[in-house]
Design a protein around this ligand. Structure first.
Ligand code: KG4
Ligand code: ZN
Length: 339
């Protein structure tokens, strides 16, 4: 689609436990990005409770939409389209966003753009820097661990993925064993920087000739070591445990990703998803790329764009808008949507 005017997209994200609404100009300029987190309601359960999440989304969504519009200082008449996360995610949570988006778009005669949540995580990079193709994206979140090759805007080829747990899920599970609060990725990252890798956990599939990942073996060896030590009433160092666990995750993610960048001869590498906020991962990826593939540009979105947020949905929605990929009024949530 040829455009000679600015495109203003109202974007809605409600796939998990964050209700978020943003206004994004031309796919890269964030005019507002309201994020209402429900994490305090889920912490005590050690994970996201779907029914609780849906109820919070219902309570928050209208306020978030109003706030996003007022913070962006934009009127409804100036909007070009409405983008919404269609999946993957929790069905009840997704449905709140999809229903709100459809209603708002229909009432205001605006086109509707369905967006894949994972594409949104990748497009958070577009807000930071122009995407240059071909590129590789390492998508690491609470539900996904994927290596995605992109030849062009909106074209995704998954070249590797986890065969069991996602990286973020492994962080949250070992965090729970150590008695940390959910989600524990950020805290383990901080603890890891105070300790050292003395436990030498396994690096699953690191040397194998494919781009798939596995984190359940690492999780099991961590839990076994922890429980055996507790039974023997041995003291374990939380900082060294965190450092050892984190180093194992980072070694596997970095070595497979750099190998994929080399084989696919990409110009850019994007780290995306909640785990991309990991300081150790970013540092090691930077170091290894600088040594082995200095021509590859690394893009890591800032913290507020790594976690779930609607600005990334607005950025990905812009690409779909340019490709005329609009949704029907019968649009439904797709909990298992793939890229
Ligand atoms: O992308 P995201 O916000 O939500 C999903 O779509 O899953 O990712 C959340 C995940 C959680 O598992 C959380 O523990 C992890 O990202 N996480 C981190 C860090 N910050 C958040 N993992 C490692 N290091 C971090 N600094
Ligand atoms: Zn996410």
């Amino acid at each position: 689609m040829e455009v000679d005017k600015d495109i203003y997209i109202l974007a809605i994200e409600s796939s998990c436990d964050e209700t978020s609404v943003a206004v994004v100009k031309n796919g890269k300029e964030v005019l507002s990005n309201i994020v209402a987190s429900q994490i305090n309601s889920h912490k005590r359960f050690g994970g996201v409770v779907p029914e609780v999440a849906s109820r919070h989304h219902v309570e928050q969504i209208i306020d978030c939409m109003q706030l996003a519009l007022s913070e962006a200082d934009i009127s409804v008449e100036e909007l070009t389209a409405v983008a919404v996360t269609q999946g993957p995610g929790l069905v009840g949570s997704l449905l709140i966003g999809v229903s709100a988006a459809k209603t708002f778009a229909w009432a205001n005669h605006l086109p509707l753009i369905p967006v894949n949540h994972m594409a949104g995580h990748i497009y958070a990079a577009q807000i930071v820097s122009e995407m240059t193709f071909p590129l590789m994206a390492l998508l690491v979140s609470g539900g996904h661990t994927e290596l995605v090759y992109m030849k062009n805007h909106g074209e995704y080829e998954i070249i590797g993925e986890t065969r069991d747990d996602a990286a973020g899920e492994a962080y949250d599970k070992v965090g729970r064993v150590m008695g940390l609060t959910y989600p524990s990725g950020k805290e383990i990252d901080e603890l890891a920087h105070q300790g050292s890798d003395i436990y030498g956990f396994p690096r699953a599939m690191m040397k194998e000739d494919h781009y798939d990942f596995s984190f359940s073996g690492l999780k099991s060896s961590f839990i076994n070591l922890y429980h055996n030590a507790k039974q023997r009433e041995e003291e374990l160092s939380i900082v060294d445990l965190s450092a050892s666990f984190q180093q194992s995750v980072i070694d596997v993610l970095v070595s497979k990703t750099v190998k994929a960048c080399q084989e696919y001869q990409v110009k850019q590498l994007i780290l995306a998803g909640g785990v991309a906020a990991n300081k150790g991962l970013k540092k090691e990826m930077e170091d290894v790329l600088a040594k082995t593939l200095p021509s590859v540009e690394l893009i890591v979105p800032p913290l507020n764009l790594c976690g779930d947020n609607a600005a990334m949905i607005g950025a990905a929605g812009y690409t779909e808008y340019m490709k005329n990929n609009f949704g029907q009024w019968s649009l439904n949530a797709k909990p298992s949507m793939t890229l």
